[in-house]
Design a protein around this ligand. Structure first.
Ligand code: ZN
Ligand code: ZN
Length: 281
């Protein structure tokens, strides 16, 4: 289990990625549902200021300070530098005067900035990117990237003995090159994300509010047909859709099974965040 999520369009969305103890968004009900796992969260990344993505933050920050658990672990919150409504909301929370037992820090970030999660041999970081969702605010999606090393193209056909011999002669650095691998891409809210964020990603978490194009009325949200077109082109290993509208609940299982079958033929593993319950992947 790496991901715990709840997401129902217009109600509440939050996604916890446990390998890096990162929480994306903080919709209503999170404290009650995440229970003592909320003490594990180190960083919260907010995609935008819509209430269904931030309304659980007030409760989360206070519960993490008052419930039974490791209350003294610091917590960091990241959001776009121009997201004024998020700033106003955070000021309100701080202004309520509740004294938190841990260090809480706010970080204003910009599109393309690298936020380091782990440094060392395998440099891992988060990069925010812009999504097409609101007109009066820069809205974000996030990628968790890792810098990895691989053999340069011209050496990839050599066998192990030859490679070892060449490493001895030339040194490892001469034979290898660095590349960026995306472990996770999280789309935030909005239309289908740009092509470049589909490339080289293992797990793609994409919003998918609409399963029928007729239901769409000028909203800046994703419809399944458009998303699947790109997914089939770029073939992430795994696709998880979330932010599904509750209107599809009556026959959701059957519809998701159909999509899963088709994607399996393309070699893509498919899952969805059921809008009626907390889900684990
Ligand atoms: Zn939303
Ligand atoms: Zn939204």
């Amino acid at each position: 289990m790496e991901i715990i999520a709840f997401s129902k369009a217009m109600y509440s969305t939050w996604i916890y990625y446990s390998p890096d103890r990162v929480l994306f968004d903080c919709g209503e009900g999170i404290s009650t549902m995440l229970t003592n796992k909320l003490f594990a969260v180190k960083k919260i990344f907010l995609t935008h200021s819509h209430a269904d993505h931030i309304s659980g933050l007030w409760g989360f920050l206070n519960t993490r300070s008052s419930a039974m658990g490791e209350r003294d672990k610091p917590l960091e919150i990241y959001y776009h530098k121009d997201a004024q409504m998020i700033k106003d909301y955070l000021n309100f929370i701080i202004g309520t005067g509740s004294r938190l037992k841990y260090d809480l820090s706010f970080h204003e970030i910009d599109v393309g900035e690298k936020i380091v999660l782990k440094s060392g041999k395998m440099n891992r970081y988060i990069v925010p990117f812009e999504t097409d969702h609101m007109i009066n605010e820069v809205t974000l999606g996030f990628q968790i990237n890792e810098t990895r090393k691989r053999l340069k193209g011209k050496y990839q056909s050599l066998d192990q003995t030859e490679i070892r011999k060449m490493i001895k002669e030339m040194g490892r650095d001469q034979l290898t090159e660095e590349y960026t691998h995306s472990l996770l891409t999280m789309s935030g809210d909005g239309n289908v994300i740009a092509d470049e964020y589909f490339q080289n990603t293992s797990t793609l978490l994409h919003e998918c509010t609409f399963l029928d194009s007729d239901d769409r009325r000028g909203d800046k949200h994703t419809e399944i047909g458009e998303l699947l077109e790109k997914v089939k082109r770029f073939k992430p290993k795994k696709l998880i859709i979330y932010h599904i509208s509750g209107r599809y609940l009556p026959n959701l299982k059957e519809r998701m099974r159909e999509i899963g079958k088709k994607l399996k033929q393309e070699g893509i593993d498919f899952s969805y965040v059921n809008p009626s319950k907390i889900c684990r992947f």
